[in-house]
Design a protein around this ligand. Sequence first.
Ligand SMILES: Nc1ncnc2c1ncn2[C@@H]1O[C@H](COP(=O)(O)OP(=O)(O)O)[C@@H](O)[C@H]1O
Ligand SMILES: [Mg+2]
Length: 240
Amino acid sequence: MSSPSAIHPPAALDVSGLDQHYGSAQVLRNVGFSVTPGACLAVLGRNGAGKTTLLRCLTGLIPATRGTIRLDGAEIARLPSDRRARSGLAIVPQGREIFADLSVAENLRVAARAHGLERSGAIEEAVALFPALRDLWHRPGGNLSGGQQQQLAIARALATRPRILLLDEPTEGIQPSIVSAIEAVIEGLKGRITVLLVEQYLDFAIRLADAFVVLARGSVVEQGSAEDLNHEAVSRHIAV
Ligand SMILES: Nc1ncnc2c1ncn2[C@@H]1O[C@H](COP(=O)(O)OP(=O)(O)O)[C@@H](O)[C@H]1O
Ligand SMILES: [Mg+2]
C-alpha cells in the first residue's frame, strides 16, 4: 500500500499550532497554513497583526513557544536560525537591514559566503534580476535610496539560493517603478522558489499570490486559494 506522502509530496512549508509570546503578551495564536512548492502565499493583515513576528518565528530569530514548522517535511521549529538558513530559508526583513557601511558588492558577498556560494555564480544570478545594482556596485549600502536598498535586500537573499523566500512588506515606502521591478522578479520566481509575501498593498499581493492567509490579532481569520479570496472580507480585516 502506498503512503499518502507518495501521492501528495510534502508541502514546501507547513506550519501548525504556532504560538508566540513577547513576555506575557501572546502575539501569535495557533497559526497554521501550508504552502505548496513553488507557490506564492500572501500573508495579509493590518499593522500589529503579527506578520513580522510570524516571519521571525519561521527564521528562528525568536523561536516559537509552541507549534511545528516543517520545511519539505522536515521539522525545523527547534533548530537555531543559522541551521534554518542553511536548510534553505531566506528572509528579506521589514526595513531591509542592509549593511550601511558595506558596498553593494560586499552586502551580496557576505550573504553568499555564509552559504559557501561566493564563487558559485549565485551572486551573478541574483544581480541579473536587478541590473540596476550593477551601476551601484561600489556604493555603500547606506547611500542607496529605499527602493535600491529593497532590490539589494532581495538580491542578497537570493544570493543564498533559498528554497523558501520570506518577504516582509517589500513595497513599503518604495517608488512605483521599483515596485514594478520587484513584482516582475517575484513573478519570475514562481515555480522555482516558494515565496511567503507579507504585504499591506493588497493589489500587489493579489496579483502575485496563489493562496493567502489573513492574520488578525495573531490568529488566522481567513485563508484559501487566490480564487477563493473574498476582497470584501479581506479588506475588512486589513483596513486601518
Ligand atoms: N520586540 C517586541 N516586544 C514586544 N512586543 C512586540 C515586539 N515586536 C512586536 N511586538 C508586538 O507584537 C504585535 C505584532 O507585531 P508585528 O509582528 O510587528 O506585527 P505586523 O508585522 O503585523 O505589523 C504588536 O502588538 C506589536 O506591538
Ligand atoms: Mg511588520
